[in-house]
Design a protein around this ligand. Structure first.
Ligand SMILES: [Ca+2]
Ligand SMILES: [Ca+2]
Ligand SMILES: [Ca+2]
Length: 389
């Protein structure tokens, strides 16, 4: 098992020697058959494991303990024969191997106290009858929690640790205007302070608001399409954490100019191409469009004037998209649409294509939106191409 403890969480005052570790469990828990431990420490830049085989190589680990451990009133404390020199620059990986070939009723990850932290910051392999070779470990399972520990020997910083913000993540895009900001609790913190600004380090939106939980949402919605800088600090006995880094994020774009039929973008030369980068902010306006027998959401709108030729309309999504569009083509006018045709052949991320005949001088309205017939489902980025045949 490998678990990652970021420098930010360790919050040491300076580089120093780690002399031991303490793990916690119920005082009544039995570890008699899981008590033969080998423990390694290492420096790492990782904060999470990217896959089940993303083990930190044994060559980067230093064995700090091998022996039998005991549950001493709810605590397993191990002392290193040779201290581990922590550089207070990198993160720390703690690797533990339990060598017994028999099993306890309660296994390591179940018996020891754990807490939720950065997703995938633990990687473990559990094979009750097999002692793994740390040089070539098998594929493991990642977890979003890790052991509650005390790192012995280091001098703590005089200020409490900076919280890890879970949401939004740094450089996130299309964040809602009332985001549910969330962070992991900091050990020893009695409150937190949240600031939001429109410049790095700024407090012009929220100025050090005191929060006693680990989540926060601004009481006044943020503005669309704006870059914000979030800073969450922790407070312990009146002392504020220092030098916490900003989380930059951008809110959802404003409602597209072509959200309603009346704002349809005019395609006047062909092939016409437009990428609707702000589609996520499209609304369903007056409700689903059921002019054609296959109804759809009111997405965003385009129009062109027919000339008697056939036109092909295509909607494509960026790779990895799950947006499932439908294309509706209508004539008449925005207050009285008449179905020409509609297409929804593909699922999420799949392009849709439709070809229609046109009558010279007739307006054609194109709606690209979610295929959903009855509910309001979000749109996402697409590119429309209109080609004259
Ligand atoms: Ca719309
Ligand atoms: Ca579709
Ligand atoms: Ca539909």
């Amino acid at each position: 098992m490998q678990q990652l403890y970021p420098k930010q969480e360790i919050n040491a005052n300076s580089a120093g020697n780690i002399t031991g570790l303490a793990f916690y469990l119920d005082s009544s828990a039995t570890i008699g058959d899981s008590s033969n431990w080998t423990v390694y420490l290492g420096h790492t830049t990782k904060t999470a494991f990217i896959s089940g085989t993303d083990w930190i190589p044994a060559s980067q680990l230093t064995q700090v303990f091998a022996g039998t451990v005991t549950n001493n009133n709810g605590k397993v404390e191990i002392s290193f024969t040779t201290p581990f020199a922590y550089n207070n620059v990198d993160n720390l990986v703690i690797a533990a191997k339990e060598n017994s070939q028999s099993i306890d009723i309660n296994n390591f990850d179940e018996v020891f106290h754990v807490y939720d932290h950065i997703p995938n910051s633990t990687l473990y392999y559990k094979g009750d009858q097999m002692v793994i070779d740390p040089v070539s470990p098998p594929g493991g399972i990642r977890a979003n929690y890790k052991s509650a520990i005390t790192i012995l020997g280091l001098t703590s910083s005089t200020t409490p640790a900076c919280p890890f913000v879970v949401y939004p993540i740094n450089n996130a895009q299309s964040i809602p205007l009332s985001p549910a900001i969330k962070w992991f609790p900091v050990s020893g913190a009695d409150s937190y302070r949240v600031s939001i600004g429109t410049t790095p380090g700024g407090v012009d939106v929220i100025n050090q608001q005191v929060v006693t939980t680990t989540d926060f949402s601004p009481s006044i919605p943020l503005n669309p399409g704006v870059n914000y800088y979030l800073r969450v600090t922790s407070v312990s006995a009146g002392v504020n954490s220092s030098a916490c880094t900003d989380i930059a994020f951008k809110t959802v774009p404003p409602i597209p100019v072509n959200d309603a039929c009346s704002g349809a973008l005019l395609a006047s030369s062909f092939p016409y191409t437009y990428t609707q980068n702000d589609a996520v902010s499209a609304t369903n306006n007056a409700g689903n469009i059921n002019v054609c027998s296959d109804a759809m959401n009111d997405g965003t709108w385009f129009k062109f004037i027919g000339d008697g030729s056939q036109y092909t309309i295509k909607a494509t999504m960026p790779s990895g998209s799950t947006f499932d569009p439908q294309i509706g083509v209508y004539n008449g006018n925005c207050n009285n649409l008449v179905c020409v045709n509609t297409v929804d052949n593909g699922g999420g991320g799949t392009a849709e294509t439709i070809t229609i005949p046109t009558v010279a001088g007739t307006d054609y309205y194109i709606n690209i939106g979610s295929y959903e017939e009855t509910i309001d489902a979000p749109e996402d980025i697409f590119t429309i191409t209109i080609t004259k045949l």
